[in-house]
Design a protein around this ligand. Structure first.
Ligand code: GLY
Ligand code: MN
Ligand code: MN
Length: 446
């Protein structure tokens, strides 16, 4: 757990200043924003899941320790308050170094900092000074929702003593998630680092994946590369799916042996400075696609390429999904998976039998990153330079699907790339990870 920030403090300070500016704009009479950290998750007994900071809190502070709350305020002198775990020699021997309140100020630039034990005493003072509270109710920390609710109730009860509860609660996502949606050059650089580790991981898996190898061996190779060179591991739990395991969308047992003639689908992305890549590649264990596999693979690739080619400012995620759905549906008819007229098959959602997920999502600190997909009027949001999102069409044919021609049953294919929108159009950040039939077969050859 780093006691010093991953990025220069000025990066986080500039973001906080921008958030404060927008808070003033939305709430001229004074506002306070509260960002709780991600709660520690128990795995079992006294074993915890590896801790990973809350993305909003990290974005605004660079602080990665558990049990933290950041408060931004447009009222008074102290714009940035950080609540942190206390220094504790004994605990630090067990769980690592802590910044403490002093480190929160010196290393993380807080104007004031308190130990967490003082939250219930200090937070009412901060919140009570503002008319508007920015807090994301229904976030990842339900106990904190309750704690804050209780605090507001207490504040209202003390109205006669001159303390006020805010009269308005706003979602800070309106500000912070809008900022996170448009990546700064430094964030794109972190994503490039994540992509590079991801490229090495997928290549290692393609080289090692053969009949007789196990899903978990490929998983281990991915993890090795994701950590090698400074990365901290995966940004989401990897999917390593051989054969018809690939038709289970969220399969992640990763423990089966790969058989002759099977495809292996790997959906795995490395995390770098908390930014994650999200990449899927599908390759033939034997090194060569069979005719049926190749036909399906080419179809998915055609959909992916068409969506990528269309990506430019002004295009929409909904629009790209429609492109993918049309190409895939036409292909399903061509391959004999569906019968009928393409427009009707799309209108009736018939394609969902073999393509049941969406084509894209935002990408950044979170694999399914924040940012609204619609504008305030409900219309699809036009892409802008600096946005990063995935394009990930697929085709999944269940082993027991009696409607499908026999040779296609049990095939699961997805090709997923990470796309940066640029002023000129787009850049496929993951283009170097083999994706054409020829490049994939070459990467698998020994
Ligand atoms: N790896 C999660 C996704 O592709 O959305
Ligand atoms: Mn994805
Ligand atoms: Mn993925």
């Amino acid at each position: 757990m780093p006691v010093t920030p991953a990025f220069d403090q000025s990066v986080h300070k500039a973001r906080r200043d921008e958030v404060l500016r927008r808070m003033r704009e939305m709430a001229p009479s004074g506002a306070v924003a509260v960002f709780p950290g991600m709660p520690v998750a128990t795995r079992n007994s006294d074993v915890e899941h590896a801790y990973r900071a809350d993305s909003d809190l990290f974005f605004l502070t660079g602080f990665e320790e558990p049990e933290a709350v950041a408060v931004l305020s447009t009222v008074g002198e102290k714009a940035f308050t950080l609540f942190v775990r206390p220094r504790d020699k004994e605990r630090e021997i067990w769980t690592g170094r802590r910044a403490g309140a002093e480190g929160a100020m010196t290393a993380f630039g807080a104007d004031q900092a308190f130990e967490m034990g003082r939250l219930d005493e200090e937070l009412p003072r901060l919140i009570g000074a503002a008319r508007t509270l920015f807090y994301r109710l229904g976030g990842d920390d339900e106990p904190f929702d309750l704690r804050l609710g209780k605090l507001l109730r207490n504040l209202r009860a003390r109205a006669r003593a001159g303390l006020n509860a805010p009269t308005r609660i706003e979602d800070p996502g309106q500000i912070v998630h809008e900022l996170r949606l448009r990546k700064e050059p430094r964030e794109i650089e972190a994503l490039r680092q994540a992509v590079e580790a991801t490229r090495r991981g997928h290549l290692a898996a393609m080289q090692a994946g053969r009949p007789g190898s196990h899903e978990y061996e490929l998983h281990a190779l991915l993890e090795r590369e994701f950590r090698h060179g400074g990365g901290r591991g995966w940004g989401y739990y990897p999917i390593v799916a051989a054969g018809d395991n690939a038709t289970v969308l969220h399969y992640n047992d990763n423990r089966v042996q790969v058989s002759e003639g099977e495809l292996v689908l790997i959906d795995a992305g490395a995390e770098h400075d908390l930014y994650t890549a999200d990449v899927t590649r599908t390759f033939p264990a034997s090194g060569k696609f069979s005719e049926a596999q190749r036909a399906c693979y080419q179809l998915v690739l055609e959909a992916a390429d068409a969506c990528i080619a269309r990506t430019k400012p002004g295009e929409t995620i909904d629009g790209l999904h429609e492109v993918a759905v049309r190409i895939l549906t036409e292909g399903m008819v061509r391959l004999g998976l569906l019968q009928g007229e393409v427009d009707a098959l799309i209108k009736d959602n018939a394609f969902r039998r073999y393509y049941m997920h969406r084509t894209s999502h935002w990408l950044g600190l979170d694999v399914h990153d924040v940012g609204s997909y619609r504008l305030a009027d409900g219309s699809p949001r036009p892409l802008e330079p600096g946005m990063v999102f995935t394009i990930e069409p697929g085709l999944y044919i269940a082993r027991d699907d009696e409607q499908a021609p026999k040779q296609f049953r049990g095939l699961g294919i997805r090709i997923e790339d990470d796309i940066l929108v640029t002023a000129q159009g787009h850049e496929n950040l993951t283009a170097e990870i083999p994706r054409t039939v020829e490049d994939v077969e070459r990467a698998c050859s020994r």
